[in-house]
Design a binder for this molecule. Sequence first.
Ligand code: PPE
Length: 300
Amino acid sequence: MNGRLVKWEAAKIHVLTHALHYGSGVFEGMRVYPTKQGPAVFRLDDHIKRLFRSASFYSMKIPFSEQELIEAAVEVVRENKLDSGYIRPIAFYGYGVMGLSPDGAPVEAAIAAWPWGSYLGEEGLVKGIRCKISSWRRIDPKTLPTQAKACGNYLNSILAKTEALRAGFDEAIMLNLKGKVAECSGENIFMVKKERLVTPPADAGVLEGITRDSVIRIAEAFGLKVFEKNIKKNEVFSADELFLTGTAAEVTPVREVDGRKIGSGGRGPITEKLQKKYFEVVRGEETRYRDWLTFVSRTQ
Ligand code: PPE
């Protein structure tokens, strides 16, 4: 936290922290997985790069370099003796001034890590989850930069997620203001149709997920064609397969949307193939993607 290792209980901030009031923070979510060479963080450099890009939308100068945050993330994993888990870097306008302009507020940065199992349930990874088309539309890129992984954006996600959970679903699919499919509360979405993958483009107002990118590259290596194109709501129902991607959610199949079965109503064969490969890649079992792993050596 701000350059020092602090005990979990001591990682505290003031109640007048700018970001607490106005959502003026940016964050990342990364996973560390066990590999034969010890724990490894998946696509650490890419996540830290995105953190800095997110910060730049809000003129936020993170008081550390990318390299320092990369090293700090590794150190936090090592100190916590984590073999697998989730890592949450966050940078935010801190305590100093009130009022909307953050000028004069210090920029604080912290990285936390903890064990975190499958985000949408172990069973969901195998059998698929049930989604609801949200009554909440995804934030529009003209309203908030959706490319930035900013704290405030997640109020929109919270509304969609809680609505879905209260209605008995596992996750929400959000349409954008044009009525096209955007993304879920914390995942990107893919559709399989006639053995091709389709996912909404960045300008549909989606976060360009790092898992989305990994899956696109894995799919293309399998010879699958991937299209970034707008998806109409009704196309979702006639998809052969549907799945979600995200650091937390990994590759999660969707078996049902608004009570309607997708494909055969379980994990589809292409989803399964991509999911299996994704887990091999993150666990270092696939040499081709070794560059995506940052190993956390135990000895240092
Ligand atoms: N869209 C949104 C809105 C989103 O929050 C995420 C990540 C993604 C897409 C996928 O991005 P990526 O992780 O780079 O593939 N959501 C994070 C937050 C989860 C949370 O509950 O907190 C995550 O998966 O870590």
